[in-house]
Design a protein around this ligand. Structure first.
Ligand SMILES: Nc1ncnc2c1ncn2[C@@H]1O[C@H](COP(=O)(O)OP(=O)(O)OP(=O)(O)O)[C@@H](O)[C@H]1O
Ligand SMILES: [Mg+2]
Length: 256
């Protein structure tokens, strides 16, 4: 599914003052493409994702999906995964994943689809566990399954692994790639983690703040799976860092 972000700006009103969160964002995400977005806190990344999902409206401009303007959120076409877990704490893994699945399905189909998704995210054996009994990474995998169960044609990920330790994060990134290889879902990934942006993205969009704008787009032409320790990866990491910070702001201890 192709997503076109066309001249999108968003102005919020706070205490009768206007705050321009994002200005004139233009970006075409191709079908089956993964686009990473990086930028400092407050530069409007979440605002942009909410507009793409249809949960919020642009002040000017609009979002076009396969050429059609988005007017409302569509759970079926566009899935969104938020930074913080939004699972129901009182429902077990199965029930959390079941949430949002069409009522029209027969009991057997429902059970089969849930089982498939539990397996897809590697949580077999934990069907009856409550979110409080899972680790952070497992909870994010439940969120992933719950979103994927609707077979969205596009997936919007807002800092999905921000709270995870480095090892869990890397295994979740591999999980996302595995799902992408299988489903070829179009993805927009917002992250603070430059390595994650390069590891997953076909392109890395670097945003600047006040107001949030696209500063540059760095293409990532490395074959997958990518090796974070390779020299090619290091070259890209340096390129993104240099865009991320103004070159005189690059931390002195930063070496590639
Ligand atoms: N609903 C809202 N009402 C008013 N202002 C908002 C609203 N949502 C976001 N903003 C403002 O818009 C700006 C961008 O916020 P946003 O949450 O999009 O940033 P972000 O890039 O996602 O930051 P972070 O990396 O910290 O998550 C901020 O200045 C924020 O205060
Ligand atoms: Mg955010």
């Amino acid at each position: 599914m192709a997503i076109e972000i066309r001249n999108v700006s968003r102005i919020f009103a706070i205490n009768h003052m206007e705050l321009e969160a994002i200005r004139d964002i233009n970006l075409n995400v191709e079908d089956a493409e993964i686009v990473s977005i990086v930028g400092t806190s407050g530069c409007g990344k979440s605002t942009l994702l909410k507009i793409v999902s249809g949960l919020d409206r642009a002040t000017t401009g609009g979002i076009f999906v396969d050429g059609w303007k988005i007017e409302h959120p569509s759970q079926k076409n566009v899935g969104i995964i938020f930074q913080e877990s939004r699972l129901f704490p009182w429902s077990n893994v199965e029930k959390n994943i079941d949430f949002g699945l069409s009522d029209k399905l027969s009991k057997e189909d429902r059970r089969r689809i849930i089982r498939e998704h539990v397996e897809l995210v590697g949580l077999s054996g934990f069907e009856k566990a409550l979110p409080g009994q899972l680790s952070g990474g497992m909870m994010q995998r439940v969120s992933l399954a719950r979103t994927l169960i609707n077979r969205p044609r596009a997936l919007l990920l807002d800092e999905p692994f921000g709270a995870l330790d480095a090892f869990t994060k890397i295994s979740m990134q591999k999980e996302v790639l595995r799902i992408w290889e299988k489903e070829k879902t179009t993805m927009i990934l917002v992250t603070h983690d430059i390595d994650e942006a390069i590891y997953l993205g076909d392109r890395v969009v670097v945003m600047t703040s006040k107001p949030g704008r696209i500063k540059t787009i760095v293409p990532v032409q490395l074959p997958r799976p990518r090796n974070r320790t390779s020299a090619d990866f290091a070259v890209l990491r340096k390129a993104v860092y240099e865009e991320f910070f103004d070159s005189d702001e690059i931390p002195a201890d930063y070496v590639i």
